[in-house]
Design a protein around this ligand. Structure first.
Ligand SMILES: Cc1ncc(COP(=O)(O)O)c(C=O)c1O
Length: 388
């Protein structure tokens, strides 16, 4: 339930009861062979797993440092890692007898993944999305609607991911028939555990693939962090492998000093957000502050509680990348490799660009390329117009 001093279940009593039932079922199903087989069946035949581990030879040559590999979550059905978790949780919800799925989304990738699995399993689907994100990610909004989801526009606060999660939790609490399919490794217990369980396939596959390709494990792995699901999925199987450097990259927005960023770790402030104790962005009065990042999926003022724990015990190094650096990496990967990355994933690519020459030429860095960038083209064009 806890990760050191982090995590927990900071929610009203009625929600605790609902979460208790979900936790019990989840823990039972983990031991059930049929459940695991069903989940793996859909990962293989519906999502298209395993996703390739691709040697980015042009990027490697250009950076002139360690060998760079990309874990291609962008090639999954619906275009990101979010579908791994959506499949797993919808199967869990089905076993619990739920027929109405609700979810929050920032970049829209989790919303699309959820709407997709709801279409597949004939579930009613409601997606909470901030008004700003609806503007930034309109392609994904249209996809969700076509898939049959109802979009609830969230207008409070900055109209981004935090408010969408707030409203989804409120709905979840008031509507006993709804199952909240959380999209990241955040929230009260058991959600961080559930999301980790369904995302750790990323790291498990990577481990097997790199051993086969290179006969050894990587020297470093890098993933971007919104709430922390693609990263926890990638990191988990490597965390006990000691000499491997592990990097989590948050959004530094316009620069950490400007205050317009999305790094929950930066100010080292611990608070309660969305039912968990973790590092959060706070103002002088200790209230949760709005996050900012060009990337809607990183625009979150907290971080999953297990990441907070890894930060405290120094197992993972958390750092951040600015909008400008991410956009540069977006263009570089597109031009060098013919792969258009999501703006979220571009933060991880940008970090690899920074550290590649800290390693030897036969060292290996694996980047989790969490999603594809088609959804971000408008955003990039606007950014270019504003900065020209
Ligand atoms: C492609 C992509 N990568 C990364 C993220 C960040 O989320 P998380 O930290 O949960 O992986 C998102 C969130 O929407 C996303 O769409």
């Amino acid at each position: 339930m806890n990760y050191g001093i982090f995590g927990g279940q900071y929610v009203p009593q009625n929600l605790k009861e609902k979460l208790g039932v979900i936790a019990q079922k989840f823990n039972d199903l983990k031991k059930e062979k049929n459940f695991k087989e069903e989940y793996l069946y859909y990962l293989k035949h519906f999502v298209g797993r395993p996703s390739p581990l691709y040697f980015a030879s042009n990027l490697t040559k250009y950076l002139n440092g360690a060998k760079i590999y990309l874990k291609r979550e962008d090639l999954n059905h619906t275009g990101s890692h979010k579908i791994n978790n959506a499949i797993g949780q919808v199967l869990l919800a089905k076993r619990l007898g739920y027929t109405h799925i609700i979810a929050e989304t920032g970049a829209g990738q989790h919303g699309v993944a959820t709407a997709t699995v709801c279409a597949l399993f004939k579930m009613k689907c409601t997606i909470f999305m901030g008004k700003e994100d609806i503007k930034r990610q309109h392609v994904n909004v249209e996809k969700m609607k076509i898939l049959g989801a109802e979009i609830k526009e969230v207008t409070s606060g900055e109209g981004t991911l935090k408010e969408a999660v707030d409203e989804a939790f409120e709905y979840f609490e008031k509507h006993p028939e709804s199952y909240y399919l959380i999209g990241s490794a955040v929230g009260p217990y058991p959600y961080p555990e559930i999301v980790k369980y369904f995302q750790k396939v990323i790291g498990e596959e990577t481990k097997k693939q790199i051993r086969k390709l290179e006969g050894k494990l990587p020297n470093a792995i890098i993933a971007c962090i919104g709430g922390g699901s693609n990263s926890i999925g990638m990191f988990t199987p490597f965390i006990k492998e000691k000499p491997i450097d592990i990097y989590g990259v948050e959004g530094a927005g316009l620069g950490l000093q400007t205050g317009y960023h999305a790094s929950a770790i930066y100010n080292n402030k611990i608070g309660i957000l969305h039912g968990m104790k973790t590092y959060t962005m706070q103002d002088e009065d200790g209230k949760i502050k709005d996050a900012y990042s060009i990337s809607a999926g990183l625009d979150y003022p907290g971080i999953g509680p297990e990441h907070a724990y890894f930060h405290n015990n120094n197992r993972v190094k958390y750092d951040s990348i600015t909008d400008e650096e991410a956009v540069e990496a977006f263009k570089l990967l597109t031009n060098l490799e013919g792969i258009i990355p999501a703006l979220e994933s571009s933060h991880a690519v940008a970090y690899a660009m920074k550290i590649a020459t800290n390693y030897k030429k036969d060292d290996i860095i694996v980047i989790c390329l969490s999603g594809r960038g088609d959804k971000d083209l408008d955003n990039i064009l606007n950014y270019q117009e504003q900065t020209m």
